[in-house]
Design a protein around this ligand. Structure first.
Ligand code: BDR
Ligand code: CA
Length: 312
């Protein structure tokens, strides 16, 4: 069993990851922490609460996190996710509320409550994790694992030619998290952009309807109609759901040890993830395992099966 805190910026693919977490018996979702990323933290918090409300899971605490990145000015991804982060679907009136605690404090509290048991699954910019580390420097020793969707190791970025969105949106936070000395896995664009859903496939498997399947179909419509044609993409990339799945099925992905750093000074390369694989030139010992290949078909099958089983 994996006790996780999902640190997230919903986000269309964040929403799909969230459904997978709740559909997977291997996962015990202890809390959701929100951060500015795809849209600002007010909206990502609202979105997280809306998704919980949809599933009648108001028992899971949601803690609002950082509005601003550690150093840089905020960037958003509304062109991918819509102005409200969930593909501009109409959001119902909200009955749930976030807890009063800041996300960083909730992370610290939960890690101390379950020493050595919490996995932090970060599918947005890493600001909350960095703040938690700064506030509680001993934190890293008590976390079971950190699994991050972020970076572009051997492939180009998706927001600049060098950088992936989550790292670009808060590179200084990523730098702190990468060097904190905790067990870390990086699920990067190298594999996440290979796990894709065709629109016809989504339509086929959501045809039987119900709140979750309807939501999946509706939020992804924006991506297919507004974002994808403009960028010449025809399928939906399952970045965040793949990251979540590797928590409990790590063998979906091939892993390699590496020392990975983040570019903080380049005017053209800010947020680039620079990985050293070889002993001879590596500045330090490996600080993480990075994803280098994926069984994409097996992952998509797993995703569909889990949603089917949980919400037929
Ligand atoms: C990441 O950026 C966000 O837009 C997605 O939700 C995902 O976490 C992919 O680069
Ligand atoms: Ca995300």
């Amino acid at each position: 069993m994996h006790r996780i805190i999902l640190d997230t910026d919903p986000g269309i693919d964040d929403a799909l990851a969230f459904f997978l977490a709740l559909a997977s018996p291997e996962i015990q979702l202890e809390a959701i922490t929100t951060v500015s990323g795809n849209v600002d933290v007010e909206q990502t918090t609202r979105n997280a609460l809306t998704l919980l409300q949809l599933l009648d899971r108001g028992d899971i605490p949601v803690a609002r996190g950082s509005r601003y990145p550690i150093v840089r000015t905020p960037v958003e991804a509304t062109e991918v996710h819509g102005a409200n982060g969930l593909g501009n679907i109409e959001l119902p009136p909200l009955k749930l509320q976030p807890i009063a605690q800041h996300a960083a404090d909730l992370i610290i509290e939960k890690v101390h409550q379950y020493p050595g048991e919490i996995t932090l699954v970060a599918i947005g910019p890493l600001t909350n994790l960095a703040l938690a580390l700064r506030k509680e420097p001993g934190l890293a020793q008590h976390v079971r694992e950190v699994v991050i969707m972020g970076g572009a190791v051997r492939v180009p970025g998706n927001v600049t030619p060098c950088a992936e969105f989550n790292i670009f949106a808060d590179p200084h936070a990523a730098h702190m998290v990468f060097h904190a000395g905790w067990p870390l896995r990086l699920v990067s664009l190298d594999v996440t952009q290979l796990v894709t859903f065709a629109r016809e496939h989504i339509e086929e498997f959501t045809r039987s309807g119900g709140v979750v399947k309807d939501c999946i179909r509706q939020v992804t419509s924006f991506y297919f109609e507004r974002f994808a044609p403009f960028y010449g993409i025809s399928t939906f990339q399952m970045h965040d759901p793949l990251c979540l799945a590797t928590v409990f099925q790590p063998d979906l992905v091939t892993w390699e040890e590496a020392y990975v750093d983040v570019e903080l000074h380049g005017t053209l390369t800010l947020g680039e993830t620079v990985a050293y694989f070889n002993d001879y030139n590596r500045p330090d010992k490996p600080n993480m395992r990075v994803s280098s290949a994926v069984d994409a078909e097996r992952f998509i099958r797993l995703y569909v099966e889990r949603i089917e089983q949980a919400w037929t």
